[in-house]
Design a protein around this ligand. Sequence first.
Ligand SMILES: [Zn+2]
Length: 207
Amino acid sequence: MLESLKKEIIEYGMLAGEKNFTPGISGNISAKCENQVIITASGSANGYLSEGDFSVIDFDGNVVTGNEKPSTEKFLHIEYYKQRPDINCVFHTHSPYLTAYASAGIPLDMNVSPEIIYCFGKIPVAEYALPGSVELVENTSKYFKEYDVILMKNHGVIIAGQNVKDAYLKLELVEAYAKTNICAKILGGAKILEENEVRKIYELRNK
Ligand SMILES: [Zn+2]
């Protein structure tokens, strides 16, 4: 199981790298396997992962096997799994368009896209704290119960999925949405959906 998760993370990490969703050595990816988490190592590049770039850790952050230096954001990942039993994979990236919103401190909370409203509701911005810090986990984890995609102010984005492919596809979708919104601004700004239309989407979502 851990071996197949590793292969999937390498595969989707490479895809994220090719699409410029995870530049350089920024970001980290993990997947849950029962009471353990497999996570990319500190200093590894998500787009160019190899077998040695993974640590297996327990829910207290201790290394069980693999690379001795797990990502410094390991507690952010562990906290997501603790709060959300339905989540089995977490991507943290600095994808450029979502990070542009995070850097500007602007949530993606306008009712522009039926698909985004249906899939995510709103995409909030968590308050800034130093990368790798306990404060960053505190500030960001406030949103874990309610949201699968959270912008991290002046930093990047964290995305939770039911599996590796699901988390990757969410990243692809929301990164494209952020780009679309920026392009729409050049064209005079996106048109906001009417409240009654938004209500219909939320009704579909709650079915
Ligand atoms: Zn980061």
